[in-house]
Design a protein around this ligand. Structure first.
Ligand code: 9MR
Length: 640
């Protein structure tokens, strides 16, 4: 499968310069690695995920005369699935396309991947909820990069709520091969000498041409997911480093420093951590608090202990600030059960087990004055108590319009008097400025603007050589970025190298701004608008990540009425027994299946046409169907 691009790469090296462009252009054609057209009367290797029935059908066909019908489903997560273990290669960004049509009724369909490493299952969303009916075929297309070694890998189609039968047809999986990396351009790490420059890696970045690009340009890496709690201690006191060890070995072999991310977070933490000895969700009792802090101590002793001096910096706690709270502290289960003691314990234990390591408190939107000031106050208080905090991590997930350089400068300046280190830990610069924009390819004017943002931000960072001790980008190249599915599914391009690993104007913004090319006159592709709502509110519900027993989701509400709301109350019912454990951007109550969310102090006013989003963490067992009906101030909303 991969012999062709390798041959091509060899060919390019051997060819005279004049022919390179033509060959490179030809290589932009996608290479198809798998198709299923269901025209031969069989299921073509597709099977159910459980006991549902999967069979060839001539009742519907997207093209030709046949399709695949799945029936007899008893859960929404059941659906047709295909083994792709021998098809997908780690590190390659595949485009997966499938056509879906309900046999009866309607629902939302999703395209997903189940993978297993060392027996532990994980589920990745390739395409989120997409409305499907029995009236027409609907296409689901998304991108997927396998980042870890797996022993099980299946692509599947599921629905959000119902168990109705549906058809799939004309499945295609393809990829556009990376080009050889540019070896004649300066290495970022050689140009930026004030501090080490790093990239977050998922596993896909250490193989093939990606690995060459990574080690040419970067001094350090941050495992993006592999050191998180769900990856390292999925069940109590069972530690596994199957995801992280290969990344650590790679870093060591290339002399790359490692930022450890992250020991304590509210997200990607299995539900058992917050389940008391009685099997119930923990509350603020002395008994639950003691058990939770014990588990925390055990986790840090094991994970930080496992890597010893190989990890020189730890994000000890991540995202503990919520500026919508009067005291600025996120109401995570950590906080509601243990108060600030979870932070104190985490730093104390991390210092004991990794005395050589620099210990960080890490957060996003630290340029927002209210958030920045709460973080400052917390660090100041904890340091005065003797809690061993060495540094503040600013994630810097920004976009081409936000924030300003002045706001970012104020963020660094704020922390200078504390005499602590600062690091930029997760930088990327989205080309999008709103949730409703979606470009099939990055418009030239956006890329140019992005280059200037990188230029100006790096120029600012370099003004703090004494305070800023490293800058890490949240990814290596645009072929693998978390922003492709956040906050909505669309292709983003937030990094220094493009999807084929070639240097973008953004790279030149960092390395040599005089070489930024492009024109502001280039027309921007027009953005797609969301379908109009029929009620006075529109709601979008998403599951943004899930792990055994838990998931993170968000609900975006838009006031499509003609008058502003001065306060709001959002309601929905879960149908799969899901239970919210914490919520931000509002206050919630849950009674049985019924969830009610009221506004936070800062987002109560919802202008006509205005939107706000609430995020939450919840537990689930068995299945995780999406709620289908929402009300805003008692009125039913259109659900997208
Ligand atoms: O990059 C990570 C992505 O693959 C995960 O799906 C996501 C959800 O938990 O977490 C991403 O990394 C986050 C980081 O750990 C903390 N700051 C925000 C990052 C982007 O969501």
């Amino acid at each position: 499968m991969r012999a062709l691009p390798r041959l091509l790469a060899a060919l390019i090296v051997a060819l005279p310069l004049a022919t390179i462009a033509a060959v490179a252009n030809a290589a932009e054609d996608p290479i198809t690695v798998l198709t299923s057209d269901f025209e031969d009367g069989t299921a073509q290797g597709w099977a159910g995920r459980a006991a549902e029935t999967v069979a060839h059908s001539t009742a519907q066909a997207h093209s030709g005369t046949g399709s695949l019908l799945v029936s007899g489903r008893t859960a929404a997560w059941q659906g047709p699935s295909l083994d792709v273990l021998d098809v997908f290669e780690k590190g390659t960004a595949y485009t997966i396309s499938v056509w879906v049509r309900m046999a009866d009724g309607s629902d939302n369909a999703r395209l997903s991947v189940e993978r297993r490493t060392g027996g532990t299952a994980a589920y990745d969303q390739v395409v989120g909820n997409t409305a499907v009916t029995s009236g027409s075929w609907v296409n689901l297309t998304g991108r997927y990069t396998l980042a870890t070694d797996v022993e099980f890998l299946r692509v599947y189609v599921e629905t959000a709520s119902t168990t109705g039968s549906f058809h799939i047809d004309d499945v295609a999986v393809s990829y556009v091969p990376a080009l050889p990396i540019q070896t004649g351009i300066p290495s970022v790490k050689d140009v930026i000498t004030e501090f080490p420059v790093g990239a977050a890696i998922t596993g896909a970045e250490i193989v093939t041409e990606h690995g060459q690009l990574l080690s040419k340009h970067f001094d350090s890496v941050t495992p993006g997911n592999a050191l998180k709690w769900d990856a390292t201690e999925p069940t109590e006191n069972t530690f596994t480093y199957a995801q992280a060890d290969p990344l650590m070995a790679y870093a060591k072999s290339k002399g790359l420093a490692v930022r450890g991310h992250t020991l304590v977070w509210h997200n990607q933490t299995p539900s058992w951590v917050f389940t008391g000895a009685d099997g119930q969700p923990m509350t603020a009792t002395a008994e639950d608090k003691a058990l939770l802090l014990d588990r925390l101590e055990n986790h840090i002793r094991n994970v930080a202990g496992h890597y010893g001096t190989d990890i020189g910096v730890w994000d000890v706690v991540n995202e503990v600030i919520d500026e919508s709270r009067p005291d600025g502290l996120r109401r995570s289960s950590w906080y509601t059960v243990a108060g600030l003691d979870y932070i104190r314990t985490a730093f104390r234990v991390a210092r004991e087990v990794a005395p050589h390591a620099k210990l960080y408190i890490n957060d996003y939107n630290t340029n927002v004055p209210a958030k920045r000031d709460f973080l400052f106050g917390l660090v100041q208080q904890l340091k005065a108590e003797g809690v061993p905090i060495d540094g503040v991590g600013h994630q810097v997930h920004i976009n081409i319009n936000w924030p300003t350089i002045a706001e970012t400068k104020a963020m660094f300046d704020k922390f200078v008097p504390l005499g602590i280190d600062q690091q930029v830990t997760e930088m990327d610069v989205s080309i999008y400025t709103g949730d409703s924009e979606s470009f099939p390819a990055p418009p030239a004017d956006r890329l140019l603007k992005q280059a200037y943002v990188y230029r100006d931000m790096f120029a600012l960072f370099r003004q703090y050589p004494g305070e800023i001790t490293s800058v890490t980008l949240w990814g290596l190249a645009d072929d693998n970025t978390w922003l492709d599915t956040f906050p909505v599914t669309r292709k983003d391009a937030p990094l220094l190298f493009d999807t084929r690993l070639q240097a973008k104007s953004a790279y030149w913004g960092v390395v040599d701004p005089s070489k930024i090319t492009g024109s502001t006159a280039s027309p921007s592709a027009s953005s797609s608008s969301p379908p109009p709502g029929t009620g006075t509110c529109v709601v979008t519900y998403r599951v943004t990540g899930s792990w055994p027993g838990g998931f993170q989701g968000d609900v975006k509400i838009t006031n499509t009425g003609s008058t502003a709301l001065s306060s709001w109350r959002l309601g929905w019912s879960f149908t799969g027994g899901q239970q919210i454990s914490q919520l931000w951007g509002g206050a919630h109550t849950q009674s049985g299946a019924a969830v009610t969310v009221t506004n936070a102090a800062w987002n109560g006013t919802l202008a006509a046409g205005g939107s706000t989003t609430v995020g939450f963490l919840a537990g689930w067992t068995g299945g995780n169907p999406a709620p289908t009906a929402f009300t805003l101030n008692g009125t039913a909303c259109t659900v997208l």
